[in-house]
Design a protein around this ligand. Structure first.
Ligand code: ZN
Length: 287
């Protein structure tokens, strides 16, 4: 593997893009409604494999000065190639016990799968957890996954992870409605569609802004093709609207854009074009 951590600054905040590993998805899962020849052409232009999408899982760690914040806990034991988050945090001198805030953007396995360690204890035992109420309630009830175009095996996996990984944090989770400032400079943005209560994050310090779109954009090609969605977007119309809103916000504010599944470290810039948006990967201000 290449680098698994990347330090950068947003204003006064020390940020760390930290890899939990990677996973390979069939291209037709990522581009569910796209004509095969069109997504293959887009992959070919980028000299990428036409049938397999190697997909990074990149969490964000933030030291605001007063707080140590983690965005998502990775996939844990989902695959032999995942579950590297804690090792990578430790390699940067960050003890999981010192993290005081864990924001869970949504209830999918690759974002909550590291809530528990191999002994079944909380990986981040001293943290307050934050999740959207809509997301929590969705997974805590009988989730209706009939809108997903993926197979039953994957649907069962989604249900299993939510059952295993969410109840253990129930005494430490704070549920938010819509958009909220969790800490000074750390704000959630409602970005529903991928899941019913999926949230994105806006981090601001000293006039610099980072928007972490998380899973509102699953692949850079989906910035060029705002009409394409994936088999794991539960509510495609809402997902596309959320994606567009976040891209507009990032383009108009000059924010750095981060996305959980983009090539590591997942940072870049987006700007408006005549027809939509264009994306330039870039690694931010290393300060
Ligand atoms: Zn994801």
């Amino acid at each position: 593997m290449g680098a698994e951590t990347y330090r950068f600054k947003i204003g006064a905040f020390n940020c760390l893009a930290v890899s939990d590993g990677t996973f390979v998805y069939p291209a037709e899962m990522v581009f569910a409604n796209a004509p095969k020849e069109e997504y293959e052409a887009a992959l070919g232009e980028r000299r990428l494999s036409l049938d397999k999408i190697e997909t990074p899982y990149t969490c964000l760690y933030l030291d605001t000065g007063g707080h140590r914040v983690l965005l998502d806990t990775g996939a844990g034991k989902l695959a032999p190639t995942t579950g590297r988050l804690v090792k990578n945090l430790l390699s940067e001198g960050i003890d999981p016990e010192t993290i005081d805030t864990v924001i869970l953007t949504h209830g999918h396995p690759d974002h909550i799968g590291g809530n528990l360690d191999s002994k079944g204890n909380l990986t981040f035992p001293n943290a307050r957890y934050v999740m959207s109420r809509e997301e929590w309630d969705f997974w805590a009830s009988k989730p209706d996954l009939s809108g997903l175009k993926c197979d039953d095996h994957l649907k069962q996996l989604l249900l299993q992870y939510a059952r295993d990984m969410l109840p253990p944090i129930r005494h430490q989770v704070g549920l938010i409605d819509g958009e909220a400032e969790i800490l000074p400079g750390v704000r959630t943005l409602a970005a529903p569609g991928h899941t019913p209560g999926h949230i994105a994050l806006e981090i601001s310090s000293q006039g610099e802004v980072l928007i972490d779109a998380v899973d509102a954009v699953l692949h850079p090609i989906l910035i060029d093709r705002p009409d394409w969605y994936s088999v794991v977007d539960l509510l495609p119309d809402k997902a596309l609207a959320s994606r567009r809103r976040l891209l507009e916000r990032a383009a108009d504010s000059g924010a750095t854009l981060m996305a959980f599944h983009f090539p590591f470290p997942g940072l870049g810039r987006v700007r408006r074009t005549k027809l939509g948006f264009s994306y330039t990967p870039g690694s931010g201000n290393t300060g």
